[in-house]
Design a protein around this ligand. Structure first.
Ligand code: HEC
Ligand code: HEC
Length: 409
């Protein structure tokens, strides 16, 4: 079955978008490249936003749409941090008084529009969906969550959002687009706001899909990688070393599509429990990703308990801390976890009363079998040599640094 690119609503974006990229990528250099927009990659020209998308942009940045008056989408999806959290916190603060901790680290929204709809492939592999557990079926559906979640923008209901929209500076524009009486039907008003935000996320290519990383220019044959970056790329791809590309693909697709650095599948890495998240003070609480508690529709798939969607690694240097619970503050620490989790588990997990290392301490015992222990780099045992040494980790990080947008060739 077709994967990622060609499945779901994403087809509507048009495969021809990649023709330009494919041409560049197959050139051996010296190609005449049109300037304007991102000339490294897939986005040819600066986008002109539709009226709905322009309204969506205002909504995205409007703090008055939250109960606290201090929180907008862009408070947690900060432009300077590739639209991920910018405060360095493991999980963001929100709620009516702005002090309630959320449950998960805020992901980058760059390239999120390429996420296929959630589905199981013919071999049973879960793919796609929005949020880290894939529970939202579209960007429009996803945006409802933060408006109403009591630990995020904390609107009590659609009527509260509608009242705030009606008081905003763009209320007349909202009426002009969606009807003079739109605010008399709060459910419809909220729905139109979600639609506008979605259009912004899809249409503003400069913000949501610039494709201006050094690596994009490298794929287009316009720059070379440094020795360390090139070593890092081969370690990243090598199935016996990092094996990162097995889940975070780094190559141009057969259709010329640029690599997303995620295959949008799910995996259970056994990330340690983060004691700084208030919800984790309850020893009975576990964030099990695809099987709950935030997601409820596939809870019977207990093999997915603890599985989270593979995130993109584009702009990863800007989006610390890392993993669904923000457990690791630096890329170095995140990579050490990958390669030393099984050889040196005591470096990552707490010890129990008897002194034994409590490996996979953020999963109930019954679900610890779900952790991936077969694929490199986590197919080792204590006493084995880690898949990457410190110098190799440094090279992989140099390579990951080439995935940051805004590179000036
Ligand atoms: C308080 C911080 C906060 C606010 C405010 C917020 N978000 Fe998020 N956002 C998050 C977190 C945390 C997640 C991950 C949620 C999960 O996995 O359950 C997320 C996930 C997302 C995703 C899914 C990304 C993916 O990879 O699937 C999108 C899209 C998104 N947010 C858009 C928005 C929009 C649009 C708004 C405003 C209406 C918004 N967010 C407001 C914190 C926030
Ligand atoms: C078998 C699939 C798989 C492989 C192989 C893999 N990853 Fe991941 N990666 C994931 C998943 C799933 C997550 C999200 C896990 C979570 O949040 O709990 C992730 C998350 C990450 C993150 C954190 C991203 C963020 O936004 O917080 C980084 C960094 C990362 N991977 C880098 C790498 C590197 C470097 C390699 C190779 C050494 C690698 N990954 C190999 C599946 C994989």
């Amino acid at each position: 079955m077709a994967r990622g690119w060609t499945s779901g609503w994403i087809r509507a974006l048009g495969a021809s978008r990649w023709f330009f990229f494919a041409m560049l990528a197959s050139c051996t250099g010296g190609a005449k490249v049109s300037s304007g927009g991102a000339d490294a990659g897939g986005v040819p020209e600066p986008a002109t936003l539709s009226a709905a998308a322009a309204l969506g942009e205002e909504i995205f940045h409007d703090r008055s749409l939250s109960a606290s008056g201090t929180l907008s989408c862009s408070s947690c999806h900060v432009p300077d941090h590739a639209l991920a959290g910018g405060d360095g916190l493991a999980v963001p603060l929100g709620g009516a008084d702005g002090t309630r901790q959320g449950l998960r680290n805020a992901p980058s929204l760059r390239y999120v529009l390429y996420t296929p709809s959630f589905h199981f492939e013919s071999d049973g592999t879960p793919v796609g969906g929005f949020d880290r557990d894939g529970r939202a079926v579209s960007l429009r559906d996803q945006a409802r969550g933060p408006f109403l979640a009591d630990f995020e923008m904390a609107n009590a209901d659609a009527a509260a959002v509608s009242r705030r929209l009606a008081a905003a500076g763009y209320a007349d524009e909202f009426r002009a687009q969606f009807g003079e009486h739109i605010f008399e039907d709060p459910a419809a008003a909220l729905d139109r706001a979600l639609f506008a935000v979605q259009q912004y996320e899809i249409e503003d290519r400069q913000e949501f899909e610039p494709f201006t990383s050094k690596y994009d220019y490298f794929l287009a044959g316009k720059v070379t990688l440094s020795e360390s970056e090139a070593r890092g790329l081969s370690l990243f791809n090598d199935p016996n070393k990092g094996n990162c590309a097995a889940c975070h693909p780094s190559a141009v697709g057969a259709d010329g599509s640029p690599p997303m650095f995620t295959d949008f599948t799910y995996d259970n890495l056994g990330v340690p429990r983060n004691a700084s998240i208030a919800a984790n003070a309850d020893p009975g609480y576990y964030d099990l990703g695809a099987c709950g508690p935030l997601r409820t529709d596939i809870a019977e798939h207990t093999e997915l308990c603890g599985a989270f969607k593979v995130p993109t690694l584009r702009n990863i240097a800007l989006t610390a801390p890392y993993f669904h619970n923000g457990q690791f503050a630096t890329l170095e620490r995140a990579l050490e976890f990958y390669v030393r989790r099984d050889t040196h588990p005591e470096e990552f997990y707490p010890r129990g009363e008897g002194g034994q290392v409590r490996k996979f301490d953020d999963l109930p015992p019954a679900y610890q079998v779900n952790v991936n222990r077969t694929e490199a780099p986590y197919n080792r045992l204590p006493g084995d040599v880690p898949a990457l040494d410190a110098a190799e980790i440094a090279d992989v990080i140099s390579f990951l640094d080439t995935l940051t947008d805004g590179f000036q060739p």
